[in-house]
Design a protein around this ligand. Structure first.
Ligand SMILES: NC(=O)c1ccc[n+]([C@@H]2O[C@H](COP(=O)([O-])OP(=O)(O)OC[C@H]3O[C@@H](n4cnc5c(N)ncnc54)[C@H](O)[C@@H]3O)[C@@H](O)[C@H]2O)c1
Length: 237
């Protein structure tokens, strides 16, 4: 059976990505810090793993001889004000979004190189492409941060680096950059976000599942190093 690994599997998008891969007949290793909500099934194995811990990531990969797909979905933000940001907060976001993506990719690429096949899908963000518009957040306290944007921009660029250096081994590395996903945000935020989005709505997990389906398809053999922005046109103007 083909093997897929998804990080941040306990989160809103992670759960949807896991489902897509299970439905596509992969055995999915669903990684997260907390796995209580992930039910072990025949072809679904929850794994408690902190992707920022180098030794733990290495030990995880020691269990495998083959891996077909890695989805680097785990990501965090920080919501304190720019002026109040601490070095610790800044470093935490860097660690999960960049170091975690790097460590997980490094382990997968070693195996993929030997088997001359593999697909890595990173999860970026519209805020790795454009800056956030503070006017849509109002007083929600959920403003995007500089470090989130910088790391997501870094994820998009790490995608290109890995695509450029591992394409010759028949490995494809691509990125999906979601726009805002509906998750019971305040009605003010929702109204502002919808106004700013050409398609007039927030995204939902299904919108991202279709992008993943495209990238994991056996027919998708030559797409490499791209960033698929799934945002209803948010970045188009
Ligand atoms: N939801 C959105 O609106 C949106 C928009 C753009 C991009 N994204 C990106 O999509 C991805 C998923 O977002 P989401 O909304 O589902 O987030 P979420 O917060 O629901 O899930 C993220 C998961 O990552 C896990 N995680 C955090 N640190 C970890 C670590 N060190 N090791 C292992 N797991 C860890 C968390 O426990 C959590 O379950 C993230 O990379 C996020 O930046 C989300």
């Amino acid at each position: 059976m083909k093997v897929a690994v998804v990080t941040g599997a306990n989160g809103q998008l992670g759960m949807a990505f896991v489902q897509t891969l299970v439905n596509s007949d992969y055995h999915v290793y669903a990684l997260d810090l907390k796995i209580d909500n992930i039910k072990k099934e025949n072809n679904l194995t929850p794994v408690c793993l902190d992707i920022t811990r180098e030794k733990d990531v290495h030990e995880f990969y020691n269990l495998f001889t083959e891996i077909d797909i890695l989805v680097n979905n785990a990501g965090i933000g920080v919501f304190t004000k720019f002026e109040d940001r601490t070095a610790e907060e800044f470093e935490n976001v860097m660690k999960v979004n960049l170091l975690g993506t790097f460590l997980m990719s490094q382990g997968a690429l070693k195996l993929m190189k030997v088997q001359s096949y593999g697909k890595i899908i990173n999860v970026g963000s519209i805020y790795g492409v454009v800056s956030s518009d503070e006017r849509i957040y109002g007083d929600s306290g959920r403003n995007n941060s500089e470090v989130y944007s910088a790391t997501k921009s870094g994820v998009i660029h790490m995608t290109k680096y890995m695509a450029a250096h591992f394409g010759k081994y028949n490995i494809q590395v691509n990125c999906i950059s979601p726009g805002g996903i509906f998750n019971n945000q305040s009605s003010d935020f929702k109204k502002n976000y919808e106004y700013k989005t050409p398609m007039g709505r927030l995204g939902n997990p299904e919108d991202l599942q279709s992008a993943l389906k495209y990238l994991i398809s056996d027919e998708t053999k030559y797409t490499n190093g791209i960033n698929i922005i799934v945002d209803g046109g948010f970045c188009a103007w």
